[in-house]
Design a binder for this molecule. Structure first.
Ligand code: FAD
Ligand code: 2HG
Ligand code: ZN
Length: 475
């Protein structure tokens, strides 16, 4: 019999034995959402307060044990699960799930890091406010994970990504100290902005325990349209028209390639996808939020679509007549990640390119992929409004997806990322680096930037206890 690690007893003293999980099926915490790596934890620890997080971090630091902060475990880059050594503690924030204070006059909400995004959206809506961050994983991802990854989602074109929505943080440092930065101030130039250092650091610099986030007034009316477009160029032209016609009312602009939509139809036949019988390579979902009235919203939306039909950048369009219909149209878009998972593992590229250059990038890269990987299928879709494509590569029809990934992932990535570099894009627009893209980062980020990043990591976490070997490797 092996002797239990001494830190476990210290952890039980802090959070209670029921919240230190070491036995049974721990796959909910050990296996990543995409099922790429099944790690093994020394324990899953579930603190209920910031003070408990601080005590857990201190105990682990003293025992020389490394920690992996985890929220909803919906991340796409294998960053929230432990490695396979069985020596890491998963620090799950799920029990810290309360909305602390909603300050209507300041247009802010302060919330525990483990609060599920959808619960936060709903709490804000009940109070008459909009919290605009929106992702298909919102039923299980947490605000701490959204901050850890600087998540994007479908409303970035209007409200920015999670970083733009955050005014303050509470953080437990790798030493177990608590930094309370929950001021809710919109202006504060007192030196380095530590909040921005923590956001997007993927749990490598500390544990976010709470955040103060921005709120917006609820829109009076929200309209959604689904449009068939003749090309990606036409989708970009439509985006320009939508900016001009709707201005700040444009709150969503997503593009979906024909193959991505066909996967939804194949795996969720109950979902009706418009325009599947039309010869159109792409469809777009766009959303108009209006602060005046439904009539005003409809007039503006119809004028936009008329102009688009006239210019030829839209072939056909439907505008939802009710909230239920609008949800159905959005549901098509949000089902793409699940439809891909049903189809089998694929090679994901979460890239950003200047919107104006996306059609040229896609045309030329599609051709190179077809030449070098005959039969490979492209699941191309994403947040065109902010220049972020999910340019994913699925194994040829009927072939073994695992074997395709094993044999071709490196070569496919090399081709796509080289093109991304040529277009001065980014290899990670919104999902982060985790461990899946850590090797790639070395090739695609400037040596000077990497050197500064390492210096920051070493200064804040000199013993490399916080999510080691994620984002960067430190020798
Ligand atoms: P986790 O997966 O638990 O963790 C993610 C990272 O954050 C890890 O590195 C972890 O260590 C760190 N972390 C977690 N909590 C904390 C904390 N409290 N303090 C410090 N670090 C922490 N992402 C997008 O950006 N846009 C999308 O549109 C989008 N759509 C998705 C759709 C589906 C169906 C799925 C499954 C995922 C999608 N994602 C998307 C990816 C994922 O949901 C986001 O990255 C999300 O922000 C992760 O939140 P989480 O709570 O699940 O974090
Ligand atoms: C989305 O926008 C997510 O749907 C998931 O970011 C992307 O599955 C993907 O590649
Ligand atoms: Zn996305």
């Amino acid at each position: 019999m092996t002797t239990p690690h001494p830190v476990l007893e210290a952890l039980r003293q802090i959070v209670g034995a029921a919240n230190v999980l070491t036995e049974g099926d721990l796959s909910a915490w050990e296996l990543d959402w995409r099922k790429r790596v099944h790690g093994r934890a020394l324990a899953v620890v579930r603190p209920a307060s910031t003070a408990e997080v601080a005590a857990v971090v201190k105990a682990c630091a003293q025992a020389g044990v490394s920690m992996v902060p985890q929220g909803g475990n919906t991340g796409m880059v294998v960053g929230s699960t432990p490695d396979t050594s069985g020596t890491q503690v998963v620090l799950s924030l799920q029990r810290m799930n309360q909305v602390r204070v909603l300050d209507g006059a300041n247009l802010t909400v302060t919330v525990d890091a483990g609060c599920v995004l959808q619960s936060l959206q709903e709490a804000c809506e009940r109070a008459g406010f909009l919290f605009p961050l929106s992702l298909a994983s919102e039923g299980s991802c947490t605000i701490g994970g959204n901050l850890g990854t600087n998540a994007g989602g479908t409303q970035v074109v209007r409200y920015g990504n999670t970083r733009e929505l955050c005014l303050g943080l509470e953080v437990v440092t790798p030493q177990g100290d608590i930094w309370d930065g929950l001021t809710g101030l919109r202006k504060d130039n007192t030196g380095y902005d530590l909040r921005h250092l923590m956001i997007g650091s993927e749990g490598t610099l500390g544990v976010i325990t709470a955040a103060t986030m921005k709120l917006y007034p609820l829109p009076v009316s929200q309209l959604t349209a689904f449009a068939a477009v003749p090309s990606l160029e036409a989708a970009v032209e439509l985006l320009g028209l939508a900016h001009r016609h709707l201005s700040a009312g444009l709150t969503g602009f997503e593009v979906m390639g024909r193959f991505a939509l066909s996967l939804v139809t194949r795996h969720f036949p109950q979902i009706k996808v418009p325009f599947q019988d039309r010869d159109c390579p792409y469809c777009v979902v766009l959303e108009n939020s209006d602060q005046e009235s439904e009539t005003h919203a409809r007039e503006r939306f119809e004028r936009l679509l008329e102009a688009a039909l006239e210019q030829g950048c839209v072939l056909d369009a439907v505008v939802a007549e009710s909230i239920t219909q609008a949800r159905q149209l959005w549901h098509i878009r949000e089902s793409i990640p699940l439809a891909q998972a049903q189809e089998g593992l694929n090679i994901k590229h979460d890239i950003s390119i200047a919107v104006s250059r996306i059609p040229e990038f896609v045309r030329s890269t599609d051709a190179l992929l077809a030449q070098q990987f005959p039969g490979a299928r492209l699941v191309n879709y994403g947040h065109l409004g902010d220049g972020n494509l999910h340019y994913n590569v699925q194994a040829p029809e009927g072939s073994d997806a695992e074997a395709f990934l094993k044999n071709q992932e490196g070569a496919v990535n090399a081709l796509v990322y080289e093109r991304v570099d040529q277009f001065r894009g980014s290899i990670s627009a919104e999902h982060g680096i985790g461990s899946l893209k850590r090797g790639e980062l070395q090739h695609h980020k400037s040596p000077v930037a990497l050197c500064m990043m390492r210096a920051i990591k070493q200064a804040l976490d000199p013993h490399n206890r916080m999510n080691p070997n994620r984002v960067l490797s430190i020798e």
